[in-house]
Design a protein around this ligand. Structure first.
Ligand code: SF4
Length: 151
């Protein structure tokens, strides 16, 4: 997040991100006609159903993660701030063949997301955080940036 905020972008060269995009585009090829891509300025939602106010987030991962739910909650937060009523989300895991509803719990979720944003802001105002242990970096798009040249 810190590197991204400093405009150091590695995603386009990341094979893992490319794989994720490919899965999103090929798993549900009929989607583009049915739902919309929504550019919120600070975030882009790949699939949004304007009739039901539902965000569909496709994950290539073969395990569910709290970060996935947090990402969708953040989208719902942004949508509600823009005046979209009763936004909701669905996480979709094609590899696991499961979907998971992500509800928006109004004030409670708003408080939680705003706390995350405060914590994120504190990180961004500091200097570059220390690297994580390498074992936690394998799937990070900044892997080459952080670890090239090291054994
Ligand atoms: S490669 Fe590791 S240390 Fe570098 S940004 Fe990613 S998670 Fe952080």
């Amino acid at each position: 997040m810190w590197l991204h905020a400093k405009h150091l972008r590695m995603e386009s060269s990341s094979e893992l991100v490319a794989e994720g995009k490919l899965i999103g585009e090929t798993t549900y090829p009929q989607r583009a006609a049915k739902w919309q891509e929504l550019d919120l300025g600070i975030a882009k939602i790949d699939f949004f159903d304007p009739k039901t106010h539902t965000v569909h987030e496709v994950k290539k991962s073969n395990k569910k993660e709290d970060a996935h739910r947090a990402q969708v909650k953040y989208y719902l937060y942004l949508l509600e701030k823009m005046g979209v009523e009763n936004p909701r989300g669905v996480l979709e895991y094609p590899k696991l063949r499961i979907t998971e509803a992500v509800e928006w719990d109004g004030e409670t979720d708003k408080e939680i997301v705003e706390r995350w944003l405060g914590e994120a802001q504190a990180i961004l105002q500091g200097s570059c955080p220390k690297k994580l242990p390498k074992t936690k970096c394998k799937k990070c798009s900044y892997f080459d940036f952080c670890w090239s040249g090291e054994e």
